[in-house]
Design a binder for this molecule. Sequence first.
Ligand code: HEM
Length: 115
Amino acid sequence: MEILEQLFVLAHLLGMAAVVGSAVFVARGVATPALVWGARAQLVTGLVLVGLNEAADDELNTTKVAVKLLVALAVVACAEIAAAGERKGRGSRAQLVTAAGALALLNTAIAVLWR
Ligand code: HEM
């Protein structure tokens, strides 16, 4: 169980790197596959981590997790709408991509600073 949780934390951190890396540092304004799949991965791996922590009877800060869930849903929404706009040839939606990156950074700060 311990190793499973560690692997999901690793996947969770890689998802965070994909979103923040793409939106903030590499392809500003462009909804890259890394941004979209990273955002989806954060939602899935985060929920799995909650389940694994519950299964191990580890105490989780539920308020913090609920806030992170709402922020992560907003990240997915921004990334999906930006990517759909690009697919349909409506041009890049730079503000949505920036919002996705900024919100992912906010969730990273919440994860690390809210104990
Ligand atoms: C953009 C979305 C997200 C980002 C950037 C993010 C970022 C992070 C980071 C950096 C950590 C490691 C913190 C540390 O170990 O000190 C973490 C841990 C964690 N995250 Fe997220 N997160 C996101 C979404 C979510 C969601 C949606 C959930 C669940 C609903 C979630 C649940 C958790 C849990 C339970 C841990 C603790 C893992 C453990 O130590 O066992 N995260 N997150």
